[in-house]
Design a protein around this ligand. Structure first.
Ligand code: ATP
Ligand code: MG
Length: 166
């Protein structure tokens, strides 16, 4: 960027923030100052945001919590949901867990997998809503995975990405 540097932007930050910036700056070969490093980092962040506008949120939840999760997602206005019956285990592998009052001796326990594709700006609210609706505070409540989503196509129209999600 050859922009004229004529705007002064005040930045108050912690010592650890300064250290993170300095450590990163030292790993680059061409950044003579902290200001230069922060300009570069902001630029990279904006670029990253533009390159990754959507996320796929995959939640593995207790089957009887699905209705509540579905309600919460509809309230947030997501454009679609995929729900799949799955089986799995978490870190208590080998131990038993209760499902519908029955003690399961097997390691894999029935769960529902919920997949929701959203604009990246919605990730926090969707994750929060799923956690609240699916959580009981007991082991086996499940997990939420968030990954970058590169492309979406609506088959009927050929619309892509955000337009295909709306
Ligand atoms: N690392 C993982 N990779 C893929 N799936 C996972 C992973 N961890 C958990 N799951 C899936 O999530 C389901 C629920 O996991 P679970 O809630 O038991 O996770 P956990 O990490 O053991 O947490 P907790 O201590 O609350 O039980 C599992 O049945 C499995 O389908
Ligand atoms: Mg577990």
């Amino acid at each position: 960027m050859n922009d004229k540097l004529d705007q002064r932007i005040q930045l108050v930050a912690s010592a650890s923030f300064g250290k993170i910036v300095d450590d990163w700056r030292r790993r680059q070969s061409d950044l003579p100052s902290r200001s230069e490093a922060i300009r570069r980092l902001v630029h990279l962040g904006l670029q990253h945001d533009e390159d990754h506008p959507m996320r796929m949120i995959t939640a593995i939840i207790r089957p009887h919590r699905y209705e509540a999760v579905r309600e919460a997602l509809m309230t947030l206005g997501v454009s679609g949901v995929t729900a799949t019956q799955v089986q799995g285990f978490g870190r208590q592998r080998g131990q038993t867990e209760f499902y519908r009052g029955a003690e399961y001796k097997v390691a894999e326990i029935p769960k529902i997998r919920v997949d929701v594709a959203v604009a990246s700006s919605m990730v926090e609210s969707v994750v929060d809503a799923i956690q609240k609706a699916a959580g009981s505070g007991k082991i086996g409540d499940g997990k939420i995975f968030v990954s970058g989503l590169t492309e979406v196509v609506r088959i009927r129209t050929g619309e892509r990405d955000q337009t295909a999600l709306d």
